[in-house]
Design a protein around this ligand. Structure first.
Ligand code: HGY
Ligand code: MN
Ligand code: MN
Length: 396
């Protein structure tokens, strides 16, 4: 039985792991802060008679055995956050799932917290779900480094050492279906005055790493005519890309979220700039056209500096399972509406593995990836109740 008060309290308790003074959350993937949040989840699962395990990438599974030994129903999301994140992105899905697990289902039900959905500490994101679905090579993921040079492999070892009693199971396995409850991170439900969204699919997303290479020089003696200023070159490239990706209908989403200047010294002409690109579009052809045009636009704008543009991840627009969506719409009735997700989610990778669906609840003014992210207890409860109804239907 879904207990709204317990769900709300647990959302606030989990948010203490990585709490920021401004009310937000900073819970980096594979950090010891995240390991402590996992310890809290494992304890709550144990209180409900559920077992816990992890896998080679630190994905956390909290399992309710079924009456029959069948492929499990997987429900969940992620608990890592952006550095200036909110309490509910990801965490809501994991805790709503934990709240919705029935006592004795026919088929096993597992609550999952995927590793590194956000792609903030380690890029690109969704490492845990991608590896689980067989979409990314584990060795390549383990070698990824954070800004301090720490590898995923080293960070995983710290997490495993912090949770020595957590069994490490095999990666992947048969899944009956996957459901991800999540906050909308937009304003569609709020503007419609509805408490639930049945997600039709995900818009496409391509991420890139760009390196602009110039030449360091003295800020006082180097003439402008001979400078190869990487910062000004990167600024020209950013302006050119803004023009390239802008559209009157405001559909394309182009973001440079990370911009690292070297040597980052006030009296030295920068010799290198590294910046990120996050490009999204609901139309696959438009995403392909825009993404394929980036490298040439950057190289032209950056001259006489040189530019290297590497594509880190490519995810074309995807649709969720029509049957599961119809079930959810029938269960939710007129409290729900269909809508496309403009944000990325782990469900993207699960959709290639098994029938997959997502449920949205509103978040105030669509504010997210921000400390002021907020939801209401009533919407949190509604999403958990729909999740419980879906589990009951799909685990029969
Ligand atoms: O970036 C995203 O869409 C997700 O919130 N990590
Ligand atoms: Mn999320
Ligand atoms: Mn997010």
């Amino acid at each position: 039985m879904v207990n709204g008060a317990r769900l709300w309290q647990r959302l606030q308790t989990l948010a203490q792991h990585g709490a920021r003074a401004d009310g937000g959350v900073d819970r980096p993937a594979l950090s010891l802060i995240e390991a402590e949040a996992k310890r809290t989840l494992i304890a709550w699962a144990a209180e409900a008679g559920m077992t816990a395990r992890t896998d080679a990438l630190g994905n956390l599974f909290l399992r309710r055995e079924g009456r029959e030994d069948l492929p499990p129903l997987l429900i969940g999301s992620h608990i890592d956050s952006q550095p200036t994140g909110g309490k509910y992105d990801g965490a809501y899905g994991v805790l709503a799932a934990l709240e919705a697990v029935p006592e004795v289902p026919r088929r096993p039900v597992e609550v999952v917290a995927w590793t590194n959905e956000e792609g903030s500490r380690f890029a690109p994101g969704m490492m845990g779900s991608a590896a689980f679905a067989g979409a990314r090579d584990i060795a390549e993921i383990l070698a990824c480094r954070d800004a301090d040079g720490v590898t995923v492999e080293q960070a995983l070892a710290e997490t495993f050492a912090a949770l020595p009693d957590l069994p490490i199971g095999t990666m992947g396995g048969p899944v009956h279906a996957y459901l991800e409850p999540h906050i909308e991170q937009g304003v569609v439900l709020e503007q419609a005055g509805l408490s639930l969204g049945i997600v039709t699919g995900l818009q496409g997303k391509r991420t890139f790493a760009v390196t602009i290479q110039g030449e360091a020089a003295h800020a006082g003696t180097a003439p402008r005519a001979t400078r190869r200023d990487a910062l000004l070159a990167a600024a020209r490239a950013a302006t050119a890309l803004d023009a390239l990706t802008g559209d009157p209908a405001d559909i394309a989403r182009f973001t440079i979220g990370r911009f690292v200047v070297s040597p980052n010294a006030p009296s030295v002409v920068p010799d290198r700039v590294q910046f990120s690109i996050d490009l999204r579009h609901p139309d696959g052809d438009a995403l392909r056209r825009l993404g394929d045009a980036l490298a040439a636009a950057i190289a032209t704008a950056a001259a006489p500096c040189t530019a290297l543009t590497e594509e880190l991840s490519t995810a074309w627009p995807s649709l969720f399972d029509a049957g599961l969506r119809a079930d959810l719409a029938r269960l939710a009735g007129d409290a729900a509406m269909p809508l496309l997700s403009m944000a990325g989610h782990d469900a993207r990778f699960l959709a290639a593995l098994c029938p997959t669906a997502m449920i949205f609840i509103p978040c105030a003014a669509g504010v997210t990836h921000h400390p002021a992210e907020s939801i209401t207890p009533e919407h949190a409860l509604a999403g958990a109740q729909l999740t419980a109804a879906a589990i009951e239907l799909w685990s029969r």
